[in-house]
Ligand binder design. Sequence first.
Ligand SMILES: Cc1cc2nc3c(=O)[nH]c(=O)nc-3n(C[C@H](O)[C@H](O)[C@H](O)COP(=O)(O)OP(=O)(O)OC[C@H]3O[C@@H](n4cnc5c(N)ncnc54)[C@H](O)[C@@H]3O)c2cc1C
Length: 285
Amino acid sequence: MIPAAFDYAAPSSVDEAVAALAGAGGREVKVLAGGQSLIPVLRLRLAAPELLVDLGQIAELRGVREDGDAIVIGAMTTHDALTRDPLVRQHALLLALAAETVADPQVRHRGTFGGSLAHADPAGDMPAAALALDATMEIAGPGGRRSVPAAQFFTDVFTTAVAAGELLVSIRVPKHTGWGAHYEKLNRTAQAWSIVAVAAAVRVSGGTIAEAKVGLTNMGLVPLRASAVESALAGQPATAEAITAAAAHAGEGTHPMADSNADEEFRGHLATVLTGRAVLAAATA
Ligand SMILES: Cc1cc2nc3c(=O)[nH]c(=O)nc-3n(C[C@H](O)[C@H](O)[C@H](O)COP(=O)(O)OP(=O)(O)OC[C@H]3O[C@@H](n4cnc5c(N)ncnc54)[C@H](O)[C@@H]3O)c2cc1C
């Protein structure tokens, strides 16, 4: 279907983009990133914004840089770029591994990290990985810039802390250099959307799990941290037995949805099994 008519702006800086959003007046306005989620929505006429603000010309929003004990990833950095970027692979490997599982090469070349986070689809792969690594989102708006930790960023299904008139500029990720990482995902073979997936980053020292961070995809309306698993893993030997025992806590505090792919009980079972696999793979990577 052809989308409803809209005005189009292609600013070349973040300030210009914020001004374009502010200049929309009473019109409904949407930010356009890679278009991999928004364009289908427009074509189905599930949304009909009167103004699209395309972020594609803003150089500041692309690329990855080092900043002390963190790396900073521009919101318009594509999934494909994430999979290849040397800084990401060295300091935040979990993001590269999760991005490798997104859809197919065409979608990964157009779709962006920031777009995935801002879209906040419960089955999207990047939110749980960003949550597991304690990322912080930088948001620009008419009042200037502000930072929101991932734990407060995802507020509901398809809803984030990005308010009307604002845009996500970058994602700051603490360095997890030397950590093992793994993204374990169950999906239908015809498509790559997660039924359930688990993002794990593990620091092993002398055969013992010193620290573990675990994010869950599609086990609630927002991505969740498997805190009970993280606590149970700390100080345990990096063995299959100890990890399987800790993974039994994966369902605690989750509220998975039921749909045609899986009911709540099966999703809880999947979370346990996939957590065991993801943590073991990360611990022995
Ligand atoms: C066939 C297909 C299969 C897919 N499979 C998967 C999959 O397996 N796993 C997965 O995780 N994803 C999947 N996706 C989604 C894909 O990852 C998208 O890239 C992603 O969801 C949105 O990113 P985008 O850059 O395309 O954003 P867009 O589609 O341009 O925007 C999405 C939403 O986010 C908002 N937005 C975007 N960027 C910003 C910003 N910087 N600041 C504020 N708001 C912003 C937009 O206004 C819009 O509401 C799939 C998509 C398709 C078409």
